[in-house]
Design a protein around this ligand. Structure first.
Ligand code: CU
Length: 253
């Protein structure tokens, strides 16, 4: 009888322990999902397509080692550097997603700070602040979308490639960037690595030889970094089913 009771007690404990572990695990996951950057822009691929893509395309995984990273921390820019790594001149026609990308205005900040998109994509500008905001850009097509208040939104299609500073004429400190690109092979420069470099990863790249370029926000104190990368290209060859690594240092000849 005593052994039976002990056994029941033991299994009940195991059961409770199991439940607690599951809870901790799912809580951890939610936390990670919440802190994930909001500007992951590509829609998810179904698994069959993804496996196929893995066999026929390649991945570029790189790091950028530059003094600029030593000066700036990604946290200054809400988790990501205001920089985009992209492939220049890739042949083919690319269809933008029909889903609009979102750029919010919250606590007097544009979110995300940098939004790279494929040409022809739509951006939905939101306002989740209790005060009015405006959206305008002095770049490329030059536009002013007007001013609106809490809960409102306006859409805009970006048909011309180039980098647009996104500003608000009510709050001069507000800034974001929309980088309109000719092809979908681009990535945001991600968080800082332990060695002081920053990482990026471009997936589903068709095999071939490419020129990789880096765009950096040209405003404020990043102007010098923008110039550093402006006319630089970095050659890279991508093989199918392979991951190609590249280490970029713009200061090195
Ligand atoms: Cu504003």
């Amino acid at each position: 009888m005593k052994t039976k009771l002990l056994l029941i007690g033991f299994f009940t404990l195991l059961f409770i322990l199991g439940l607690t572990l599951i809870q901790i695990n799912s809580a951890g996951k939610t936390l990670a999902e919440n802190s994930a950057p909001t500007n992951e822009t590509r829609p998810p691929m179904d698994i069959g397509k993804r496996d196929e893509a893995r066999k026929t395309t390649g991945v570029i995984s790189g790091t950028i080692n530059s003094d600029f990273l030593k000066k700036y921390s990604a946290s200054q820019f809400i988790g990501k550097y205001p920089a985009v790594v992209y492939l220049d001149k890739v042949e083919g026609t690319f269809t933008p997603s029909t889903e609009p990308f979102k750029m919010d205005q919250l606590k007097l900040v544009f979110l995300p700070r940098v939004l790279p998109i494929l040409k022809g994509s739509t951006v939905r500008f939101l306002n989740n602040d209790k005060e009015d905001h405006n959206v305008f850009s002095p770049d490329v097509e030059k536009f002013n979308m007007g001013t609106w208040g809490y809960g409102g939104s306006k859409d805009r299609v970006f048909d011309r490639t180039g980098a647009y500073s996104i500003l608000c004429d009510i709050h001069p400190e507000m800034i974001a960037n929309i980088v309109v690109l000719d092809n979908p092979y681009f990535a945001l420069l991600d968080k800082k690595n332990e060695n002081g470099s920053a990482g990026f990863c471009i997936t589903n790249v068709p095999p071939g030889k490419y020129n990789l370029k880096v765009w950096v926000e040209k405003n404020s104190d990043l102007k010098s970094v923008f110039k550093l990368f402006k006319d630089k290209t970095f050659e890279i060859t991508v093989g199918s089913g392979q991951e190609t690594a590249i280490d970029i240092n713009p200061e090195k000849k």
